[in-house]
Design a protein around this ligand. Structure first.
Ligand code: ARG
Length: 593
């Protein structure tokens, strides 16, 4: 259905036309002076010059043309030429009823028939997930869900760092420590053992050790590079060992991602595109796109209009090895073939901005990617501590993702117990823990998603876990409150149904309905800009409007049963919209808290 503002702007535009002015002047906005009016139109001001008339005269003409309007209950032309508007109850009610009747609340699902790939998560095998990977996973999961809700067929791909020197370093270090493993025996022809020779826990020590050694010791580094090459060339033992390392690493990551309610459709990695590289390199050479510079194969991606430095995109290093760029380009080619996406969305730290600009330009210039495929990088900011510096654990280290989750859920458990106690609710320890896990994830995710992705934010455990203010727990608390009213209504024999909407009972309910109508514009913008923060802002407004309504309105004690059914219908609708939105953000509400 049409957005509410669109609909009333059309009505306004028609009135401008009827009064002898231009339709385009009828644009209506939400009032920034809610004490004076609900909506306003400044078209008469804009039209003054065009029509050589005082704005107030135009406004008066338009107000007169709106006489008898069923859309507005009040139209006031005020000096110097504003049109202050109030929407008619009946019109608003019908609009909200139409929303309630549709599975998607009347959203135009403009993505139907098109595909999108979301590349997020991006963990590196053998390195523990850190706080930066939290953002990629949390924002990416939400972006994926939002696009899917818009009707797109969406494929979420983890694109892990499972290739290149980091793997060579690990394999070489394992070889140094356990030279007798069959993987390193060139003459071994049997079946390799099933499990990995090391644990994930070992890997977390092996990688940093190897990485540090390679920085000090040239010969060591050369060995690691040789191992990388052998792996990429497909040496049987190296591939087998690598597969086993990937398997344990993925299993471990899956556990953490599951606990965050983050789920990937594809578990591909940088390695997945490896086999396409030789043909792609040939294509780039034959097409005259790539040339040798200082021994390396590169593609120029500079444009005349560039104001900043734009180095060429490197395709192969001078030793012939492929690199991060190479796998990313080959992966674009693969995704274009597999999904014909209208968009490929990438989530990484914003320090990779220039890198993606190079890769995207290269992909377009070389026609590995069609011109009309939107390659879209979301570069996110840093997670800081209260001191404004990158967040550290309580013991001062770089925080692993797991530490952050634990820190939040611990505090959440404390607050849940405190809240239970103050309400005289005797929850078992197990129940309280379960609730704290659910609410804790919401606290982390909302704390992140309520910021614009590109902005840095402060990881503030105390604020994120608060039941008040712009937080995840506050939103959940609102949902739980609605659920409990609905439960009591049902216990008294009531049948809650959003189809029962039958009136606008007071200003607070009208405000709540108006808040609901922002749904469509919010989702469209959140999807187009990949901005989950817009959904957070919307549900925060909606939750505030609901809580105000709740305090102003007798609901269960209402004696007029028809009115009560209408109020309850509004509760059902608000609950469903809030639940839909938190699902798009990637978390859920408990039954009580
Ligand atoms: N593994 C990378 C990192 O940790 C992120 C991968 C992002 N995706 C991509 N297609 N390059 O920085």
């Amino acid at each position: 259905m049409k957005k509410l503002l669109e609909l009333i702007s059309e009505e306004m535009g028609a009135a401008f036309e009827k009064a002898g002015y231009d339709k385009d002047l009828g644009k209506v906005n939400i009032s920034n002076r809610p004490d004076l009016c609900e909506y306003q139109c400044n078209g008469a001001m804009a039209g003054a010059k065009r029509f050589g008339k005082a704005p107030i005269m135009i406004a008066n003409d338009v107000a007169a043309a709106l006489g008898g309007s069923k859309t507005f209950s009040e139209v006031n032309a005020v000096a110097p030429g504003f049109l202050n508007l109030k929407i008619a109850d009946e019109f608003l009610l019908n609009y909200v009823k139409e929303m309630a009747a549709d599975k998607y609340f009347g959203l135009n699902r403009t993505g139907e028939g098109e595909s999108i790939v979301v590349d997020y998560g991006g963990p590196n095998v053998a390195k523990p997930l850190h706080v930066g990977h939290l953002r990629s996973a949390v924002i990416g999961e939400s972006v994926k869900r939002i696009q899917r809700y818009m009707g797109y067929k969406v494929v979420g791909d983890i694109h892990s760092g499972d290739w290149g020197l980091q793997m060579g370093l690990v394999i070489n270090e394992i070889k140094n420590r356990m030279p007798d493993l069959p993987y390193f025996d060139d003459n071994f022809t049997g079946e390799y053992p099933e499990g990995a020779p090391v644990t994930v826990h070992d890997l977390e020590e092996i990688y940093p050790t190897a990485s540090a050694k390679s920085k000090e010791d040239e010969a060591y580094k050369a060995k690691a590079m040789e191992a990388t090459k052998k792996l990429q060339d497909g040496v049987r033992g190296y591939r087998a060992l690598w597969e086993r390392l990937i398997a344990i690493s993925n299993a471990d990551m899956k556990k953490i991602y599951d606990s965050l309610n983050v789920h990937f459709d594809l578990w591909n990695g940088e390695s997945s595109a490896h086999d396409r590289i030789p043909a792609m390199v040939k294509y780039l050479k034959d097409g005259g796109y790539a040339y040798i510079s200082d021994g390396a194969l590169v593609v120029d991606v500079k444009k005349d209009t560039d104001t900043k430095e734009m180095p060429p995109c490197m395709i192969l290093k001078s030793d012939g090895a492929s690199l991060y760029n190479t796998t990313d380009l080959a992966t674009i080619q693969q995704r274009v073939e597999d999904f014909k996406p209208s968009r490929i969305i990438y989530l990484t730290d914003k320090r990779q901005e220039l890198y993606f600009e190079q890769v995207f330009r290269c992909a377009k210039k070389t026609k590995l990617c069609p011109e009309d495929t939107d390659l879209f990088h979301i570069g996110f900011g840093t997670v800081n501590g209260k001191d404004g510096k990158p967040y550290k654990t309580r013991s001062g280290g770089v925080p692993k993702l797991q530490d952050l989750i634990e820190e939040i859920t611990e505090e959440m458990l404390r607050k849940i117990k405190e809240n239970n106690e103050s309400k005289g609710y005797n929850a078992t320890e197990e129940e309280a823990k379960k609730t704290a896990d659910i609410v804790g994830i919401a606290a982390i995710k909302y704390g992140d998603l309520s910021n614009q992705p590109a902005k840095d934010y402060v990881f503030d455990v105390d604020r994120f876990t608060s039941f008040e203010g712009d937080t995840g727990p506050y939103i959940l608390y609102t949902i739980v409150r609605i659920k409990s009213i609905l439960t009591r209504y049902a216990e008294n024999g009531g049948k809650a149904d959003k189809a029962n909407l039958n009136g606008v009972y007071g200003d607070a309910e009208k405000d709540l309905m108006k808040a609901v109508t922002a749904f469509h514009a919010t989702l469209e913008a959140a999807a187009a800009e990949c901005a989950p923060n817009k959904i957070c802002a919307f549900i925060y407004d909606l939750a505030n409007a609901f809580n105000h309504f709740y305090h102003e309105t007798q609901i269960l004690s209402e004696t007029d049963e028809t009115k009560k059914a209408g109020l309850i219908a509004m509760l059902v609708l608000v609950k469903e919209i809030l639940e839909t939105c938190i699902d798009l953000l990637g978390f859920e509400a408990p039954d009580r808290m």
